[in-house]
Ligand binder design. Sequence first.
Ligand code: ADP
Length: 520
Amino acid sequence: MSQPPESTRMKSSADEEQSTRVSMPSADTERHRLLAEMAEQSTDMISRHTPDDWRFIYASPAVTHLLGYSVDEIVGMSAYELYHPDDVEDFKRRSPSVSYERGLYTHTYRFRCKDGHYTWLESTSRSIRDAKTDELKEILVVSRDVSQRINAEQANRRLARVLEHSSDLVAFVTPDHRVSQLNEAARDALGLEVSAHESLQLTALFTPESYSLLQQQAFPEAHDQGRWQGEAEMFSRIHQRTIPVMLEVLAHRSLDNRLEYFSTVARDMTAIKQAEAKQQQYQREIDHAARLITMGEMATGLAHEINQPLTAVVNYVRGIQRRMEYDRESALGDIEQPLERIGNTALRAGEIVRQMMDFTRKTDPEWELLELNPIVDDLIGFCGNAAKRHNVQLMNRIPAGIPAVYADRIQLEQILLNLLLNGIEACHRDENQPALMVWLEASMGRADQVIISVQDQGPGLPVDDPEQLFEQFFTTKADGLGMGLAISRTLIERHGGQLQAENLPDVGAKFSFVLSTEGA
Ligand code: ADP
């Protein structure tokens, strides 16, 4: 320390010089006293420094609050020792402007506190010169702690950087709905720039439908409730591309609650929408494949069903041919009835083929309210031949007043058909044995739910844990695929339900699921 510690009272050499020149010493003395008192009480730190190495000649008591040093400790230290190493060079570069040029300047920099941490100070320095010789005598500095401001600025800059580089499309919109700023993602995706002095029309960013949604719903709601969220479509004229987005509109207000601006944050949903469309397409393929598998499982039975009428037709035709060969004239009179039978039998075969084609047709699910009884009657008719072959009796025990259920007709038919065919196969008996029964039931569950079940008098489930039956490819049949129950369960889950299997001791098996009577 080159300077001895001074009293904490502030006095500058400039003041001393002035006091010799001013003609009213008493008033001047009073002014000095006031100035000194202000310095002592100020929350800003007032300090005086040697011009060469900026040693503290004087520091006001605020130094303790600002830097943690006592006045005696800091007097004699060079400010250069306390600058942040990164700021020293900058300071050295600037110091001549204090000493030789303007003599007054403001500077923001980091200063090391007594406990070692750095705090941001903003200092205004001025050079004090000898009035006669103009020799630089010392530097008078007023410093204040600006850490809070600098930290807030840094936080703002960081946030601004995150916003600028966010993959979301961000726009700032004035209260009269003009776009004043776009982040990088928005500029790139929309091919737009906003100049500093000219804002953009909001119509440049959105499709006409989404623009009116914003005007009529999003902005008014954000204005009243602070935010709005929903789906919208942005439009890039340059790229001629519509961008589906998940949009959030936020209203930003000043401290006195005045609306300052809106921000719109849009998440590009193109990839997600494409993935959804792909998934739907994939699901359609699966549904179709599922129906084909069911058809495959029924193929033997269907071949039989179609074969029967075809054989009958052939037999009728052969009968006519034989009679014609024998007595052509009288045969013509008897031909009418067999021809009618041929026609009817061929129509029946055609109907079986039509039902098969209906069932395997590729269609999108169509949700509707469906009456159970007619569907079940149709299915029982459809399975009539299979039931006859296995010597099984089918029954519809669904009460007449059961409410309609909300489902896709083709999927519901497929589920019930799978369960019916499984029941029929489980109840197989030879012709000379008494027939077993498979029946459908329905009852009301909780509130708006209908419980539907297919029950049989077969041997019951082949495993202790019914869940095993729903595993893909689980089968106990020689020609089984083991896909029927797995597919049926997926289809029911898509209806919001669960397919369950249980053993009815001394009776057989029961498969049940729940459907809703109301749309989603
Ligand atoms: P698959 O009929 O091709 O075997 P499923 O997935 O429809 O395929 O059925 C899987 C297995 O579940 C059947 O092989 C059978 O062992 C059992 N199962 C299904 N329904 C019944 C039933 N009603 N009674 C007894 N077992 C059944």
